[in-house]
Write a protein that binds this ligand. Structure first.
Ligand SMILES: NC(=O)c1ccc[n+]([C@@H]2O[C@H](COP(=O)([O-])OP(=O)(O)OC[C@H]3O[C@@H](n4cnc5c(N)ncnc54)[C@H](OP(=O)(O)O)[C@@H]3O)[C@@H](O)[C@H]2O)c1
Length: 300
């Protein structure tokens, strides 16, 4: 069903030239699709030429490295709107959150400002401001939000809860017979699909909002997510709770003797599983359906 606001959005976005950074990621792929559906001309920033071949037809690929701004020259030329879902979710490249989530996005913002881009939409995390003091990933993302807020161009920060793709980890653990959680499993979250976040990002990009929090239609405790994962896998629930104090102490020690790629994801997971992570409900995709389909496809 197409709503009035979608019609208005499609009208406003139609024909606009949009640069998507992070286009090859889970959310970025949905963003590219949502923008094509809204009638936009899409340019996708990719870091390897072979990634260009996997983009939908009609998408203009720009190959460049956000960690080497000299390779980005011209990326924002003739662009109306930038949407960035660029960031490290799994550390693999030997670079840090500050290198990519902060400096990489900053390089894009500076080019966007020079090129006269009208609006810049950026995907951070829910409660990023509260988490920045203790979570390295949030510190890098919020440092970029500071730069974005100070920018002379119009900007919006989208703050989603957890994505369905990241909830797959619970499905994998459930398939193996036991799910381990940090904390008592009672913190709440309403996870959201990539498709629904993408729709919210496109709506935010063509709104006057400066900040938008988005979550999915169903709220769970983490114990509830684990139980849903066991139900999808058809396995008997065994849930282990790692006490928050013990997990925090382990993260504190690891932060002093291991690289960021080891302690960074742990810090983030502990924070998410022990804080309320519910955001205004939007979208229509259900986590239970995603789990059922993923378990059926053997994707867990
Ligand atoms: N996952 C969640 O639950 C969640 C929740 C809230 C907010 N977020 C935020 O939402 C954003 C998108 O998340 P996602 O799940 O779509 O992440 P993702 O699938 O890991 O995609 C990240 C994107 O950033 C690019 N990237 C990562 N490291 C890079 C580097 N060193 N140089 C250049 N490009 C690099 C990736 O390029 P390649 O494809 O080439 O690797 C990819 O296009 C992230 O900023 C994340 O922090 C995520």
């Amino acid at each position: 069903m197409t709503t009035n606001s979608q019609v208005e959005l499609q009208h406003g976005a139609r024909g606009q030239r949009v640069l998507v950074a992070g286009a090859t990621g889970y959310l970025g792929r949905h963003l590219v699709r949502a923008l094509i559906d809204a009638g936009c001309q899409v340019r996708a920033l990719v870091r390897r030429p072979e990634q260009a071949a996997a983009l939908p037809r009609g998408v203009d690929a720009f190959v460049g490295q956000v960690t080497d701004p000299a390779t980005l020259s011209g990326v924002a030329d003739d662009i109306d709107v930038v949407i960035s879902s660029l960031g490290i979710t799994r550390q693999r490249d030997g670079v840090t959150y500050m290198d990519v989530d902060y400096r990489g996005n900053l390089a894009l913002l500076q080019l966007a400002e020079k090129a006269g881009v009208r609006r810049f939409a950026y995907v951070s995390v829910l409660h990023g401001r509260d988490l920045r003091a203790t979570v390295r990933l949030a510190a890098a993302k919020e440092r970029f939000v500071d730069a974005l807020t100070a920018s002379p161009i119009s900007t919006v920060v989208v703050r989603p809860t957890g994505y369905f793709a990241d909830m797959s980890e619970f499905l994998t653990m459930a398939g193996r017979g036991a799910v381990s959680l940090f904390g008592d499993g009672q913190a709440s979250i309403n996870p959201i699909s990539g498709r629904d976040v993408a729709t919210a990002c496109v709506a935010a990009a063509w709104s006057d909002a400066t900040e938008v929090e988005v979550g999915g239609p169903d709220t769970f405790t983490f114990d509830g997510i684990a139980r849903a994962a066991f139900a999808a896998q058809g396995t008997t629930p065994t849930i282990r709770h790692i006490p928050q104090g013990l997990a925090a102490a382990a993260a504190w020690v690891l932060a002093r003797c291991t690289p960021e790629r080891v302690y960074g994801p742990l810090q983030f997971l502990i924070a998410v599983m022990t804080h309320d992570m519910t955001a205004p409900q939007t979208g229509s995709d259900r986590l239970v359906d995603y789990f059922t389909q993923a378990a059926r496809d053997g994707r867990s």
